[in-house]
Design a binder for this molecule. Structure first.
Ligand code: 5GP
Length: 212
């Protein structure tokens, strides 16, 4: 009877957001490296930073190319963030979850809430640093943005605070290792929510019906 309960497992989609500088990129990379999660590669009109390559961190697009992708319905969601477009290409995410892979989307709030509207089963996880001073320190230490952009990103973080309660889970990234382990445990537990166990519910029910 054991076999009757084995079902092809579909992957989950989890959206990871957080203030710019919260360390979510590092957390996500560690989740991929340690546990083999799939990561969706976004398209953006932001110019590449030093060391970033097309197709790895992002698909770098011109504004015209990006607007064409919007028109053709190739994005699950998109948003404008500090003067640039960012969006999630649809085909890759769908094929990964159909192949049983768990997919992480590292996207900002507007986009995250858009996806939740279209796909209510996705899990929204928000990563925050322990406090604002730590966030500023991390942004300065990263050394990838001008002071002007850092200020804009902090101002954006203040706005984002009022949307944190729209997320399903809130995680503090103080100690990286602890945050990565907790995140993995959380993501694995999502597989057991009833919406992700519908096939199992049906199979158990039919198994019990046939048993009597
Ligand atoms: P950055 O320029 O630092 O790489 O990213 C800026 C912000 O854009 C981050 O908050 C990041 O999570 C978000 N972002 C990256 N890719 C996407 C995407 O595909 N869609 C949306 N909505 N936001 C994204």
């Amino acid at each position: 009877m054991k076999g009757a309960m084995k079902m092809p497992k579909k992957g989950i989609i989890a959206i990871i957001s957080g203030f710019s500088g919260a360390g979510k990129g590092t957390v996500v990379n560690e989740l991929v490296r340690r546990y083999g999660y799939s990561i969706s590669i976004s398209a953006t009109t932001r110019p590449p930073r030093d060391g970033e390559t097309d197709g790895k961190e992002y698909f770098f697009k011109t504004r015209e190319e990006f607007e064409q992708m919007i028109k053709e319905g190739k994005l699950i969601e998109y948003a404008k963030y500090v003067d640039n477009y960012y969006g999630t290409p649809k085909d890759y995410v769908i094929s990964q979850i159909n192949n049983g892979k768990d997919v992480l989307l590292e996207i900002e709030m507007q986009g995250a809430l858009q996806v939740k509207e279209n796909f209510p089963d996705v899990s929204l996880v928000f990563i925050t640093p322990p406090n604002a001073a730590e966030l500023k320190k991390r942004l300065i230490n990263r050394g990838t943005e001008t002071t002007d952009i850092i200020d804009k990103r902090i101002a954006r973080a203040v706005e984002e605070c009022s949307y944190m309660d729209k997320y399903d889970y809130i995680m503090v990234n103080d100690d990286l290792d602890k945050c990565v382990v907790q995140m993995h445990e959380l993501l694995q537990s999502i597989h057991f929510t009833k919406n992700n166990q519908i096939q199992l519910i049906e199979s158990i029910s039919s198994n019990f019906r046939n048993f009597i």
